[in-house]
Design a protein around this ligand. Structure first.
Ligand code: DX5
Ligand code: ZN
Length: 222
């Protein structure tokens, strides 16, 4: 299901930018518009300055369809809530290296629970913080905005970090996806792809576009 060649771009619309009163229709709209994954932003009002939704929403989306669910936990204690997100039907769970947990142990438990494991770095966090965990992950998320809100401007100063992530992957013979999240549209996806990213999270530029299918194709670069 997941391409390991990294040639094809994976487009993951973020549900955060959807109409929450119509989650089923919005998810279906994303799928019909060509979405590969659905990105679900979980915020606890503590790790980030916003509260979004929890495992019940993940389960609701899971029960609606079978699109791959990319769950991004922006929460202080991912280790504590992990079992609930696994049970809710997540396919991939990403935790932040900056959160308050034993990162290696949480990543191990994600895989043990049958999910793929992702590790996220805030813009201020250097790639070095991810080094001890690279052989334990299926995806490395390089945030391209300070997490918490959709609709923020892309930080181009993150491009060297993406390049470093791709270089490390090659040097170590690893196969993690490199995901970018924040301010991604057709214009900002291009330099990210050139730097080595292959998974593109996009909220505002997809759900709020006049033509979502067109917006997704444009991010795909076609
Ligand atoms: C930011 C979230 C993002 C957000 C992206 O805290 O992690 O996934 O939804 O939204 P846009 O694409 O609007 O920047
Ligand atoms: Zn996200």
């Amino acid at each position: 299901m997941i391409p390991r060649t990294f040639k094809d771009r994976v487009i993951a619309p973020s549900l955060l930018a959807a109409d929450f009163s119509r989650v089923r229709e919005e998810t279906t709209r994303a799928i019909h518009s060509g979405a590969d994954w659905m990105h679900l932003d979980v915020m606890d009002g503590h790790f980030v300055d916003n509260i979004s939704f929890g495992p019940a929403m993940v389960q609701a989306v899971h029960e609606t369809n079978d699109i791959f669910l990319d769950v991004h936990l922006m929460i202080s204690r991912p280790d504590h809530y992990l079992p609930r997100f696994i049970a809710a039907g997540s396919d991939l769970i990403t935790v932040h290296v900056e959160a308050d947990h034993d990162v290696a142990e949480t990543l191990r438990r994600i895989r043990e629970g049958g999910c793929q494991a992702g590790l996220a770095l805030n813009p201020a966090t250097p790639i070095e913080k991810a080094l001890p965990f690279l052989d334990q992950i299926d995806l490395l998320l390089c945030m391209t905005v300070v997490p918490g809100f959709g609709g923020q401007a892309f930080m181009s100063e993150m491009l060297p970090k993406i390049e470093a992530a791709a270089k490390l992957r090659e040097e170590r013979g690893l196969s993690y996806h490199i995901e970018v999240d924040g301010g991604i549209d057709a214009k900002t996806a291009a330099p990210c792809a050139a730097a080595g990213a292959n998974v593109f999270v996009a909220g505002s530029s997809t759900f709020k576009a006049p033509d979502m299918a067109k917006a997704i194709s444009a991010i795909r670069g076609v």
